[in-house]
Design a protein. Structure first.
Length: 531
């Protein structure tokens, strides 16, 4: 079995060590307060004992439905310490989607934060609870008393009455292999699946994703990532624990506010998906803020990577590659790699991770230079999808290889270049078109802010390209202008047959655009918005 410095460690052990080493240094900065490592240890101790008083035990599921506030951190480490399983719930979910996650996970408790100006979480849960007999209780982070709910303060108060020895005993039962997080996939292509992520792999995911940026205790890292995404639930929560850095968290992404927070807190590192960075590049505050961002993680196309490097000015920019099912483990470049490698590839395998390129329609592995499905094996692989053996078997084979669903190719130096999702390949007649190729070309247009290309049914060719485009500002540009632009620079079979202008995107809440929603909308006629 592969071993490293995290072998045998649980999240509770790592927190105790970080608290001992870093003490009163800030670990996490939230909109409703900053937490030192010692405070995180102390308050999560009370919360853990509070959950024990409620009968929560190792393996029990506890759903958390709130944005990134300080209470999330206390809950996160409290549940991990007693071996309970956190179930983050997307704050954008509608009642039916919340019911799906709570039913699928069979959560015994639900914790939510009241935010009346955004959503009436309490009303939604009140509506759903009669259909959720497995939910034994609800805990509310609220300034007012809510009927039928235990307050967060009452949870801590209950914890003070539980002997510390009881928590010590509970912690002693937790192992490195215990599932700590039931992370539902972001649902960009279908109903979300609950990936079972476990303690030591979560620590490794945070550590090996921090290593390329050389994060340490002097770094201040800004993140807009929500906690119902592994970027938040692994990277944001655990990077301070495994590196000593300070993490600055934004509960809901707003580009102007994000730039303000980066300046206010003197952040020198950040991370984000393509839509985050595109919003920064388009925001007037980017040039006037006195930013210190020197290094960053970006999940975007090479075209956007280059713009961020040149226009945002992030010199130490790395585009790593991982996913929910791999605890963020996968591939990465290093800071001393040539800039062209860091912009155009997602690097080489992380320590302890094997990478293979497989024929999309078979078991054979392909040599460098041939495109195929990216597969991973190693410490990073999830335990499987919760109560979904068929879906687990569809992506995870008997030899431990995980099929990612992404198309990629290795160059002669062993660096991985992503081509796109297999499902995002558009079959135009007899030609395969990678949606990312067309999107990259559209993003080079001076008036285009964001672009997503999907397949559209066509009676003659089977399907053709359709482009959804957001413009930087209202401009004298038409659908025909963009089609002509594409005709002048792309092969004819790649040219979009339809361009639809949009102002808002269907988002998964994790910074990813839901392509399937756009694709489905093509079959629902409606009046197109003008740019």
């Amino acid at each position: 079995m592969w071993r490293d410095q995290w072998s045998g460690k649980t999240i509770g052990m790592a927190l105790a060590e970080a608290s001992r080493v870093y003490g009163d240094k800030e670990a996490l900065v939230f909109a409703n307060g900053s937490l030192t490592f010692r405070q995180l240890q102390k308050t999560s101790d009370l919360a853990a004992r509070g959950f024990l008083s409620l009968g929560v035990r190792r393996g029990d599921m506890v759903a958390i439905w709130m944005a990134g506030y300080a209470e999330w951190a206390y809950l996160y480490f409290a549940l991990a310490r007693i071996g309970a399983v956190m179930v983050p719930v997307n704050t954008r979910y509608k009642p039916g989607e919340v019911e799906y996650v709570l039913t699928k996970s069979k959560a015994s408790f639900v914790v939510f934060k009241e935010e009346e100006q955004r959503k009436d979480y309490f009303a939604v849960l009140t509506q759903l609870l009669p259909n959720l007999p497995h939910v034994r209780g609800v805990i509310a982070v609220s300034k007012r008393r809510l009927p039928g709910c235990l307050s967060f303060e009452e949870l801590l108060e209950a914890g003070s009455g539980v002997p510390k020895e009881r928590l010590t005993e509970a912690e002693s039962q937790v192992t490195e292999e215990d599932v700590a997080l039931l992370q539902f996939t972001s649902g960009t292509t279908a109903l979300p699946k609950g990936a079972m992520l476990y303690q030591v792999a979560m620590l490794r995911g945070a550590y090996y994703c921090s290593l390329p940026l050389r994060l340490c205790e002097t770094d201040r890292f800004f993140s807009p990532q929500p906690f119902f995404h592994v970027g938040g639930s692994i990277k944001v929560m655990l990077a301070p624990i495994v590196t000593g850095c300070t993490m600055v968290v934004q509960p809901y992404f707003d580009p102007g506010e994000a730039l303000y927070l980066m300046e206010k807190h003197g952040c020198n590192a950040t991370m984000g998906h393509q839509p985050h960075y595109i919003e920064y590049l388009s925001h007037p505050d980017l040039k006037r803020r006195r930013l210190k961002i020197e290094k960053g993680l970006i999940f975007a196309t090479p075209e956007v990577n280059r713009r961020v490097h040149e226009e945002f000015g992030i010199q130490s920019l790395i585009s790593p590659y991982g996913m929910t099912e791999t605890h963020l483990g996968g591939t990465t470049c290093q800071l001393d790699d040539p800039i062209e490698k860091r912009i155009h590839t997602v690097g080489q395998p992380m320590i302890g991770v094997e990478l293979g390129i497989r024929a999309p329609d078979g078991p054979d592995f392909l040599p460098p230079g041939q495109a195929g499905e990216v597969c991973f094996r190693g410490w990073c692989i999830m335990k499987g999808y919760h109560e979904d053996p068929e879906k687990t078997a569809a992506v995870l084979d008997g030899n431990g290889w995980l099929r990612t669903g992404d198309l990629g190719v290795l160059d002669s130096d062993g660096y991985l270049r992503l081509i796109g999702r297999i499902k995002d390949m558009i079959r135009v007649g007899g030609e395969n078109v990678a949606a990312s190729d067309v999107e990259t070309f559209l993003l080079r247009h001076k008036d285009v802010k964001q672009a997503v290309v999907v397949g559209m049914p066509d009676p003659r060719l089977g399907e053709v390209c359709a482009a959804f485009v957001e413009l930087k500002s209202p401009a004298a540009i038409t659908e025909e202008d963009l089609i002509t632009y594409c005709r002048n620079g792309l092969a004819s079979f790649k040219v979009p047959r339809k361009v639809l202008f949009v102002r808002e995107w269907p988002m998964s809440g994790t910074g990813k655009i839901q392509r399937y929603v756009l694709r489905d909308s093509l079959s629902k006629p409606k009046e197109q918005e003008r740019p």
